[in-house]
Design a protein around this ligand. Sequence first.
Ligand code: AQP
Length: 333
Amino acid sequence: MLGEQKVSYSGVQPSGNLTIGNYLGAIRNFKQYSEQYKTFYCVVDEHAITVRQVPAELRRRTYETLALYMACGLDPEKNTLYVQSMVHEHAELAWILNCFTMFGELSRMTQFKDKSAKHADNINAGLFTYPTLMAADILLYQTDVVPVGIDQKQHVELCRDIAERFNQIYPGTFTVPEPVIAKSGMKIMSLADPTKKMSKSDENANAVVYILDDRDTIIRKFKRAVTDSGSEVRYSPDKPGVSNLMSIYSCFTGKSFEEIEHEFEGKGYGDFKLAVGETTADALAAVQSEYNLLLADKAGLEAQMKKGAEEASYYARRTLSKVQKKLGFVQLH
Ligand code: AQP
């Protein structure tokens, strides 16, 4: 809570082109808090460097991610939209929280295990302490709710443990946040391997639908999506490919699985995949045209970055100085 107001906080890494997984699992759900809550949505570039990035691409994607936030309906007058590295308190609080996070806790994080297996040549300490930086992001703003996809739930739960541990030693420091996982779209799977999460850093571009893919590409990717044996459109654990496509279709149309099964009764996978592709392309068209306008105005995006960083810094400074005082760091006035 900040004063009387509840706080929503979340972030997305500019580590690749954003996917419909990022959109349906996270960004699309940010807006619902804009009216009632104080909201902070961050482009988490410091998280992105836990994996090697090409500097020019990281810079470009930072602009793009901010533009996408706005194109997805986040009004910068109602939401604080900013870039993580422009608010130095994130890194400072992360160091402090590292001293309140246990080695064993970090070792149990699934994302660390997955990413270390994927980047075996670069298992750096930042990859290991990623959840502590994420805890700092969230706790700096006295956050109540964190809208994320299900893959990030474990990190938010660790953040809660860290906040509770800190509060036990230094009472009243942090609001303890809750993860909010959307009922539909919490985990969109790869189109090439529906047992694997759809990820922006997937090397196989056909496995992933990007928010900015053009209409033909979206339809082509869905046409090629791996489906299961049989030809029946049915939501079931033994049909992970079809079930994933049904989830996507359900997210974009608001239809239930029963309604979808009924709609495609007696029709084959071909008709169904085409419908998913066309619906997704239609739904993303408005976001894409707004995005193109925003991205063309680089100065406007930079002005937004500056404004967002100033707003965020104000609250971040307050929490950090409260923490420093509690710890016994000397404060000069
Ligand atoms: N496939 C997904 N389904 C639902 N939600 C998803 N999210 C990511 N993928 C899916 C949610 O998007 C938000 C931002 O994710 P992130 O940028 O912090 O990184 P991530 O979770 O590691 O996402 P990626 O796409 O897999 O990135 P890379 O490839 O760089 O690791 C989070 O709320 C996440 O849950």
